[in-house]
Design a protein around this ligand. Sequence first.
Ligand code: ADP
Length: 167
Amino acid sequence: MRIGLYPGSFDPITLGHMDIIRRGAKLVDKLVIGVTTNPSKTPLFPLDTRLAMIRRECAALGNGTIEVVAFDSLLMHFARECGASLILRGLRGASDFEYEYQMTGMNQYLDSSIETVFLMADVALQPIASRLVKEIAVLGGDISRFVTPAVRDDVLAQIAARKAQGS
Ligand code: ADP
């Protein structure tokens, strides 16, 4: 059974992520979406909320072969734990490439038996980034072309809650 791991912070899950998930699920028997706690970034959504949002959005994708799991260990250790032979990453452009190029190189040193595979989202979805979705939403812009309606509502509610708390 070929298992793929798609890691990321998914804060929040976007239509770009979902396109990569749809494409990636076709390449493997099981796709594990690994959600990082990523302590170096302060997320908009707590980890448990991100997991629930991804599970909800992916319910209709991949015919039940998609699992959503949190991890805070080294990516290559987690990949081995999952039994993954492939790590899937999305590429959006040159800036992603620079980062991924170095990460993949370092990961090959850690475990050269696990391949990293890069996918590109549909051309229309390539510019979408969670960071920009959040920035646009905070400033009152329309994010409905970048995320599903349910995720848009979650983002707006979370931003409103943060503002009410004064943070
Ligand atoms: P990270 O915090 O590690 O960048 P993200 O949640 O932002 O994780 O993204 C996870 C993966 O999804 C990364 O490989 C990223 O390049 C990819 N990705 C995100 N948005 C898109 C998109 N619009 N098109 C293609 N790949 C994407």
